[in-house]
Design a protein around this ligand. Structure first.
Ligand SMILES: Nc1ncnc2c1ncn2[C@@H]1O[C@H](COP(=O)(O)OP(=O)(O)OP(=O)(O)O)[C@@H](O)[C@H]1O
Length: 256
């Protein structure tokens, strides 16, 4: 059986002025797969995320979400087509409770598809869905807490919950465990696994423990080119990756 491709990049280039930052990136991410994008500082990882989520349009090349072109489309349109990006705690409504945040995300995803007269009928579904996601996030006991009063790890969990509650099936996570302690990170990786089960996940992450613990495949970006896209074992053993990036990172991790 051939896998369904959820997200595809075809020879994507991005220039800022004269400088080419993404230099012909191609990737095919299967539905339900978890992919980590790694690479040295300045390799273009955030730029790649900005291209996929619609913040930037590519200079050339194509990006397809579930088979449909999205390159150059506005972020909210791409979001409506099923792709959500979780930033580092910037999407939360800080003055709303955990439950209200989740319910807003569900209603937003229903908003344009249903007429207003169906709003009340949908509210019950939205409440149920919000409760369901809250349980997955293990945030029930924080149901009525304002988002601004959550711990950092709880805020990150809620942030990921918003992408799920909004109905996206392709999720982009920017450094999901940045700023967390080792034990928080371990718990959080498990939470990400549970909450995004069955979804397609793309993450940019510097913590190699998280990368190797979470990813089914790893894409290695160096100077705007994908130099390897393979299983964690194969990437770890790849001499080109060792030379360009992983050798030094693993050496640092061993020294630390
Ligand atoms: N809007 C922009 N205009 C001009 N140059 C940019 C812009 N955005 C990014 N760049 C440049 O593109 C290069 C890649 O940056 P990017 O943030 O994508 O790398 P990265 O791999 O995410 O790095 P890091 O791991 O340090 O976050 C950098 O040299 C950066 O200065």
């Amino acid at each position: 059986m051939t896998e369904r491709v959820a997200l595809e990049l075809r020879d994507v280039h991005k220039r800022f002025g004269k400088t080419e930052i993404i230099r012909g990136a191609s990737l095919r991410v299967n539905a339900g797969e978890r992919v980590a994008i790694i690479g040295p500082n300045g390799a273009g990882k955030s730029t790649l995320f900005n291209l996929i989520s619609g913040r930037f349009a590519p200079s050339s090349g194509e990006i397809l979400l579930n088979g449909a072109r999205i390159d150059g489309a506005a972020p909210h349109r791409i979001n409506r087509q099923g792709l959500a990006r979780s930033f580092q705690v910037s999407n939360l409504f800080t003055h709303l409770s955990v439950f209200e945040n989740l319910r807003c995300a569900v209603l937003w995803s229903l908003g344009y598809r249903y007429a207003f007269w169906r709003f009340l009928a949908n509210l019950r579904d939205a409440n149920e869905r919000a409760e369901e996601v809250m349980a997955m996030l293990q945030l029930q006991r924080r149901r009525d807490a304002l988002a601004m009063n959550l711990t950092y790890a709880e805020q990150r969990a809620l942030e990921i919950g918003l992408t799920i509650a909004g109905g996206a099936d392709v999720i982009l996570l920017d450094e999901p465990t940045a700023g967390m302690s080792k034990s928080e990170t371990r718990r959080f990786v498990q939470l990400i696994r549970d909450v995004t089960a069955g979804k397609t996940l793309l993450t940019v992450e510097h913590d190699m423990g998280v990368v190797f613990g979470l990813a089914d495949r790893i894409a290695v970006l160096v100077y705007g080119e994908v130099i390897a896209f393979d299983t964690p074992e194969a990437v770890r053993a790849n001499p080109r990756v060792q030379e360009a990036y992983l050798g030094s990172v693993l050496a640092q991790a061993t020294e630390a």
